[in-house]
Design a protein around this ligand. Sequence first.
Ligand code: ZN
Length: 213
Amino acid sequence: MRNLQVNGERLWASLMELARIGATEKGGVCRLAASDLDGQARRLLIRSCEEAGCSVRVDRIGNIFARRPGRDPGLALVMTGSHLDTQPTGGKFDGAYGVMAALEVVRTLNDVGYETQAPIEIVAWTNEEGSRFSPAMVGSGAFAGVFDLSKALARPDNVTGVTLGAELERIGFAGSDRVGGRPLKAYFEAHIEQGPILERLCSEQTLPFTARY
Ligand SMILES: [Zn+2]
């Protein structure tokens, strides 16, 4: 297979469309977990994934999985994604990049009509940040069996005390799928570096690897 190239302009447009949901005056994003804005972002993702031919499912803790079938449905799947929630003073790319990059990979495979062996799933994990409902990463943690599902759903909002489970229900994302228990072949998450260290190391070329192809 020849090397595939994603469409950078399309990925950028997806990121900018998502960044409008919860946009702040300072140019960042405030989209707290299980808020109305989180619900809007989730619906935008689902619409985009369905347009890309994926079938979408939501589990009981609101994790979203958009599946592009593979040649062999019996194979363990390849998963890629990140989170849509942000800190109160979040940015446009934290989490969003990993989710939209995953969507762009699927769109790129669609463009060339490439069929993978294993199914691919785009994932958006619930409440990665933990700024509204602590602790962080309860969606992925419950999926991995690290957090107990009922305890995770009972976590209270730091201010109002309303539970994560009630808020997921309210925004329409208390799904019915079992949480976790599915084998993954591989998991990829593209995530922005939020400090200067990686950039500096790259420019000094002191990393053990360099991005040359
Ligand atoms: Zn993040």
